[in-house]
Each structure stands twice: as structure tokens, then as C-alpha cells.
Design a protein. Sequence first.
Length: 154
Amino acid sequence: MHLFLLDCFGQNKYDALKLAKGMGWIRAILNHMHLFKDKYVRMVLVLLGILLAIVLSLMGVRGYMRWEDRQYFGEIIRITDMGFVITDSIVKERIIDVSDQTVVKKGPHTEQDGFHVGDHVIIVGEASTDGHVQATLVRIVENNQDIILPRRKP
């Protein structure tokens, strides 16, 4: 084991011994390697590893898609009684409804001034059946269109 660590890490013998003491879990695996010599056991372990990787990948994709369905980016083009209207690259106009429970942030702080036409915003909320978005969080960001909105094709 010490020679293995010495070959892998190119250190002197004493450093390899110190490393081996700190890596007790590797020693335990190497001591039990005889359990993995059977090809069927190895095959099952490889298949379990592949299955675990697939499950974790699907969970990540599902989580991303759920987040993507609830977020909207755009520029405020009109202020309404219930909130505001944004323009984005997917749908030309989206109506955003704001309530008392909606949190409005600009940078790390809560915004008290409200919205202004021309502000670039990120909205997190649920779309209702009538096409309005019920905002739970609105974040006002810098007016740099290249950062927020994808470039529109001419």
C-alpha cells in the first residue's frame, strides 16, 4: 500500500506513510477487494453505478425544468394597476401581477421605490390560466440587455 501511494504521489516514504494513515478508508477497500473479484459482483456494481448516475441526472434535469417554468426575464414597458407588463424574447408581452406578498429586490436589498418603465427584471412566479404571472419575487437588475435577455434575431 505504501509503495502504491509512493508511486502515485511521487513523495518520499514518510509522506506516503502519513498519507496512508489519513486514508484509512482506502486501506479498508483494498483489504476487502477479494469480495469484488467475482465478475458477476463487479457487473452488478457497475450497473448500480450507472443506474445511480442516470437517476441523479434525471433529478437534475427535472429540477432545472421546474425552475425554468417559473422564471421570466424582461424589460418593463408599461406599469398597470395590478403590476406591470414586460417584453421578453419568447412572448412579446407578459402581464405580471404584483401583490402585497411579492418581494421586490434590487441587489441584496429590498426595493421600496417600486418599478419604473425601462427596468430590467427577473420574475419568479406561477402563470395563471388567463396568461398573467402571479409574481412571488421580482428582482430589478442592471440595465444591461446582453446579460439578461438573449439577443433577438433580426
